[in-house]
Design a protein. Sequence first.
Length: 375
Amino acid sequence: MDRDRNKSLLLELQRATGTGNGRCADCGEPDPEWASYKLGIFICLNCSGIHRNLPQISRVKSLRLDFWENDLIEFMKKHGNLCAKAKYEAKVPPYYYIPRSCDCLVLREQWIRAKYEREEFVVTRICQDPCSAGTREGFLWKRGRESKQFQKRRFLLSAREGVMKYYTKESRGPKAIIRIENLNAMFQTEKIQHAHGLQITYNTDGQTRNLFVYHQSGKEIVDWFNAIRAARYHYLRTTFPTVSEPEPLFCVCVFVFSSLIPRITRNYVKEGYMEKTGPKQKEAFKERWFCLDSQERNLMYFKNPLDAFAQGQVFIGRTDEGYEVRAGLPQGIRVKKRKPAITVATPVREFVFICENDKEQQEWIDALNGVIAQP
């Protein structure tokens, strides 16, 4: 009797308006079916697995499968997701990346550990200035451009100087000096084939340069990622001091220009293999790895996913500038391969790409149209 009654009460609590319980307390996944009865929060299945590794802080049960005692039901009633956010996310810095359900495990795990295990964002913590938070020095394992092997390299990030540098054993000075205004970072665990793999990109001589790095420690690589975001945030706030009206975000001592937040760092809209032909559309189709950067409006292509530089890129403008994406081949063009094609029309020429299947074709068309539709 109690089992069925308590299950119904829990599900009502999960659906109750004004509680925040309808989405996972940690990643925002809708309709969470697990809960931490030590923290009083509702969480999704994936986040519950991370909580299981923190038994001193969190204990989890399924809303539907496990038995809930009466005292635990009362505890959940008195708490809930919004209550927990008010405590554990009181001072999240505006530059700190809050992961979603689609993000990689290391980001989600370190976010959960930062909140509940280390209590980095509780009220008693002092808000860290983005300039000091964007200063970091240490070693990362970096993939060599020529050797293709990962080697230990010293990195230095300075928001005050506006640069990031890295050093090799052989060089006394920095191997590269990267301006923070050109810097971007994104987790690429599958592409790098490491659970802590991070891709750092920057512009040099009109080209996008890729650095692929990792660290054995999940906390360390996420700290580097957020330090880069802090440095970028400091640069953007300094460069664009009056972009829009400020809005408060979590931390009461910091006001955020909400329109700047998406520009701190970004993931590619879509990545994957397609086949392309040359400008005369008579050459053989060759498989290439493509990356679509919506902020730069560039479709870059590489011979291999971990290449340092792109072989080329296609600028994706707006419809009123003469850009268009169509399913299929241009009129008069025939290919032997019976695979779905995409034609990208620009004011200069038409680019033709071959996809592996209909699903990939539609995903690329949607992604490209999304960029074209941007103002």
